[in-house]
Design a protein around this ligand. Structure first.
Ligand SMILES: [Zn+2]
Ligand SMILES: [Zn+2]
Length: 656
């Protein structure tokens, strides 16, 4: 018998008989791995565990808790679901079943929509099929043969999909028992590897997303590698529903939309406005310390400026139409950049003035299709934590790193523990078309950005071909406390616009030079960021950000005078306070304050009045004791000034 050498990721080599499968390699390593492994990478290609190894190769084994393994599990479970549907409803026609983030769906053509009861039956059937240990086998055939096969099986949607492929092309299908589905793979090798799954919901969906086509029934589901991971995910889904910023934003009186104002144009209620002002305050202090200057610009601008900036060429679809003022076209601004460039140009600059950092919480208006609008996440008016940094090539790296570090500082303040930075680069094919034709400048700036990130020990991934027209950029994604992903902001390098706007500085030798420009907005827009914060904190904001920080709750009417004295003292100390002077019982007042998610409740009765102190009750902590009012104010102010994150117990309660 011939043997082959299999190189594992730790560079150890296993010698095994030709035709050994990856599953057998896993079996030879250990029973834990043998059970948990779901897919293999052989010489760089993800492959089914039961495909035989025919020659010397490198082999990597993936369990279901790796991204590769999880995707394989999701895929395989979608097939298992389709198999179950076909067993229960033989007349159902299968269509497609892709994976999505942490889940999958599959669309079926059936006569009667799936009810919750039917969903439970399908899930039960899936459990039976999984337990029956069916081997999942890959076959390859020509697209032409596949059309014939699915036609014979009475699956017109599959026939339609494969009909679009060249009949000579080889495609793959996966079969378990008598169920076969078209798929590129890879898949788990046996249904018994699919254990911890859940069907989540159903909805109608048009075939190919076209409303002229037939309405299909879509089932969403998910699967994980362990019982715990599934449980955590299901909990997070429930929690995400409760934390939906549209729901909480309304309940906590943060923002509102009004038909007569218009869709996508949020109204900030007093509570939301407090949050906006706190964020702006934070940004201003941070930026002032970092050497930025605040500027202000108008909302209306002549069309000629947007011709120069290129917005009218490249961005017109997102701009509101021009209005004619005294025979000249004016637009509401979609971006603040051109105005900041004009501010830079308003006074002459020498190398000694650089870097120039101009910051503005600028309001912009962008056209989003009404179908695209979504709560605070997709809106038509937005206020951006914008700034533009103009610097020399020599200063660039330091400036860019400082911007990245500002992001990290903010993440710390908001308790954002998971984030990713993605560096988008140009590709040489796109030069002169998709990208400004400056081959050397591209390579140079990309390398500076890379070095800045490396020097700052900031983790990032690189994606070629995703850069902006005028320079490389960094996209920042953040994850909320319950693991929901948000796109926060973009950091862009711009080496084309300064030249277009004739922005210059005089260098040491008296000659004119063009500066580089960095666009940055670490806190994104108020709309998106507050939407994120609502979901991240579940409405339980840290004290410094909470719209109402303290509720004063008198136990009876007799205490109203003292209660209002307490209220006034707190207000004069700069604390946002609310007195509940209604005739309710104290229990009801506490419940009301809890509903409003107010962090600190001060309960005042006769005893407190006599001793001139307050009984303090904190959300998630309960009663914390009696305090002289001034001591309490010092304590609260310390927490507010240092922008402390909420008490750890509160965090636990929020993520439990
Ligand atoms: Zn598949
Ligand atoms: Zn900009």
């Amino acid at each position: 018998m011939t043997e082959i050498n299999i190189t594992l990721p730790d560079n150890s080599v296993k010698t095994m008989p030709t035709g050994t499968t990856s599953q057998q390699v896993a079996d030879s390593i250990g029973s834990g791995l043998a059970r948990a492994v779901v897919v293999a990478r052989i010489d760089g290609n993800l492959t089914d565990l039961n495909s035989p190894l025919e020659q010397d190769c490198s082999l990597e084994l993936f369990t279901g808790d790796t991204p590769e393994g999880h995707d394989t599990l999701l895929h395989s479970t979608a097939h298992l679901m389709a198999q179950a549907v076909k067993e229960l409803f033989p007349a159902a026609k299968v269509t497609i079943g892709p994976t999505i983030e942490n889940g999958f769906f599959y669309d079926f053509d059936v006569d009667v929509p799936f009810s919750d009861e039917v969903l439970a039956r399908i899930e039960q059937k899936m459990k039976e099929l999984a337990k029956s240990c069916q081997e999942i086998v890959r076959t390859e055939m020509s697209a032409g043969d596949a059309v014939k096969m699915f036609d014979k099986m009475g699956e017109p949607y599959k026939v339609e999909i494969i009909g679009e492929i060249n009949p000579e092309d080889v495609i793959s299908a996966y079969t378990q028992s008598d169920f076969t589905d078209l798929c590129r793979g890879p898949h788990v090798s046996n249904t018994k590897k699919i254990k911890y799954f859940k069907l989540l919901s159903t909805s109608g969906a048009y075939w190919r997303g076209d409303e002229n086509n037939k309405m299909l029934q879509r089932i969403y589901g998910t699967v994980f590698a362990s019982k715990n991971a599934l449980k955590t995910h299901l909990h997070n889904l429930e929690e995400a529903k409760k934390r939906d910023h549209r729901k909480l934003g309304k309940e906590l009186h943060i923002f509102a939309f009004d038909e007569e104002v218009g869709p996508g144009l949020p109204l900030w209620l007093p509570n939301g406005t407090v949050m906006i002002e706190e964020l702006e305050q934070l940004a201003k202090i941070t930026e002032r310390k970092a050497g930025y200057h605040q500027v202000r610009t108008p909302h209306l601008t002549k069309g000629t400026l947007y011709e120069k900036s290129g917005h009218l060429d490249h961005y017109k679809d997102s701009m509101y139409p021009a209005m004619d003022i005294d025979g000249t076209d004016y637009y509401v601004k979609p971006m603040n950049c051109p105005h900041h460039h004009k501010i830079y140009a308003a006074t002459p600059k020498s190398y000694r003035d650089l870097p120039v950092r101009l910051a503005e919480y600028g309001t912009c208006y962008r056209y989003e299709k009404s179908g695209q609008l979504f709560g605070l996440m997709r809106v038509r008016s937005l206020q951006m934590n914008d700034a533009h940094i103009y610097c020399t090539k020599e200063q660039f790296k330091k400036e860019f790193l400082a911007v990245c570090n500002m992001y990290l500082k903010y993440f710390e303040i908001f308790g954002i523990e998971k984030y990713s930075m993605r560096l988008s680069l140009h590709d040489t094919k796109g030069l002169g078309k998709k990208y400004v034709n400056e081959p050397e400048l591209w390579l140079e700036t990309e390398q500076w950005v890379r070095e800045a990130l490396q020097e700052g020990s900031i983790e990032f991934t690189e994606v070629p071909g995703e850069a902006a027209f005028y320079g490389p950029k960094i996209d920042v994604q953040v994850w909320s406390a319950i693991g929901k992903e948000f796109t926060l902001a973009t950091n862009q390098v711009d080496f084309a616009i300064p030249e277009k706007f004739d922005l210059t500085y005089t260098d040491e030798h008296g000659s004119d030079k063009t500066p580089l420009c960095i666009h940055r907005a670490p806190l994104g827009t108020h709309e998106r960021f507050i939407g994120f914060l609502i979901e991240h904190f579940g409405g339980n904001f840290p004290l410094w950000l909470a719209p109402i920080q303290v509720a004063v709750l008198p136990v009876s009417d007799k205490i109203l005078n003292y209660a209002s004295e307490v209220e006034t003292t707190l207000r004069e100390a700069g604390i946002r306070v609310k007195l509940n002077d209604r005739a309710d019982k104290i229990g009801a007042k506490i419940r009301q304050a809890e509903l409003e998610k107010i962090n600190v409740m001060l309960i005042v009765g006769e005893k407190e009045e006599t001793n001139k102190n307050v009984s303090v009750r904190r959300r998630f902590e309960g009663d914390t004791g009696l305090y002289p009012l001034n001591d309490l104010i010092d304590q609260l102010n310390e927490e507010i000034i240092n922008r402390r994150l909420s008490h750890s117990k509160e965090k636990e309660a929020a993520t439990e």
